[in-house]
Design a protein around this ligand. Sequence first.
Ligand code: NAD
Ligand code: UFG
Length: 332
Amino acid sequence: MKILVSGGAGYIGSHTVIRLIENGYDVTVFDNLYNSKITVLDKIEKITGTRPDFRLCDMTERKSLEAIFREDKYDAVIHFAGYKAVGESIEKPLMYYDNNINGTLVILELMEKYGVKNLIFSSSATVYGLPEKCPVDETAPLFCLNPYGRTKLFIEEILRDLCAADKDFSAVLLRYFNPVGAHPSGLIAEDPNGIPNNLMPRIIQAAKGEIPELQVFGDDYDTRDGTCIRDYIHVLDLADGHVAALDYAFKNKGSIPINLGTGKGYTVLELINAFEKVNGIRVPYSIAPRREGDSKSTYADNSLAKKLLGWEAKLNVEDMCRDAWRGAVNYE
Ligand code: NAD
Ligand code: UFG
């Protein structure tokens, strides 16, 4: 089976490519390397023994993407490519709508033209906004607080419309919770451009001494220790979720949103403590004011993924912290 992976040089994409190769898929990656490096291909080859086929291509450039579709017949597309920084999306909304939405439209039009009928899409738990109750399931109301989140929501709607119009089309909308960690080889790691906003990269910076301390945004929430709760999920478990979703897409038509989370919530302080314990290193931190737009608690009801995909996360928070640190220390 031939799979085309958009954004496959990035953090989640590269881990998924490893799992796809290990599961016997024939993979072509395309990426414009806006937020990734070509050297990831050497690392994937080192880990799996196979170098994925790679095309340097921007998904918004129809001609160059069409050349890829024309060359080979793909069984499915896994679509990771996009911009993902919430803060930047508020400052530059048009850049986000253009890349994420227009880019997706080009991919979908070419899929229709070349008869590729299966898509796995990277959505996000951000579509739940500030969930009224947790665990949050796929039927919860959708609401987005920023342009990045709205690109996910709009693409989900576009895929629903496409599946309604084309009864042969299958779209699995994977709503990721909080991906962290890295391949245990330490060869690949999350490598955010500029100043990272997310908790794990900031924990790592504080542990390395690259920033004086981590700021914990708010300790006065109504939670067990006052800090916010999230569902952290190891990126390799997430990658396995994509392999399971492919299987599902090949056997079913229509669009379906599916949560990929562990179903367990950890507070910010619990994650810091787990990181310190498993890695034997101190993470200096101080309590700072709440961050605007943060939900008090977001964790997944993952029963649909268990039922439909036969998938559930296997790695725990200690694995996530250990592998994230190993990746960060070894990463070149
Ligand atoms: P990433 O930035 O590491 O990977 C995205 C890849 O897409 C990068 O390699 C980038 O160069 C590429 N890309 C961007 N625009 C492109 C374009 N126009 N043409 C071709 N390639 C392009 O991000 P990631 O963390 O691996 O996230 C993958 C997907 O998952 C994204 O769609 C993201 O929004 C979504 N997601 C991520 C998280 C998270 O916390 N990491 C959470 C929920 C959803
Ligand atoms: N946090 C801190 N200090 C920091 C960074 C984060 O205390 O320096 C806290 C936040 O306040 C929040 C928790 O750590 O309580 C997690 O924050 P992240 O920014 O790591 O994750 P979010 O859940 O806020 O958002 C992330 C991505 C979104 C994505 C969402 C759901 O940034 O793009 O997960 O997948 F949509």
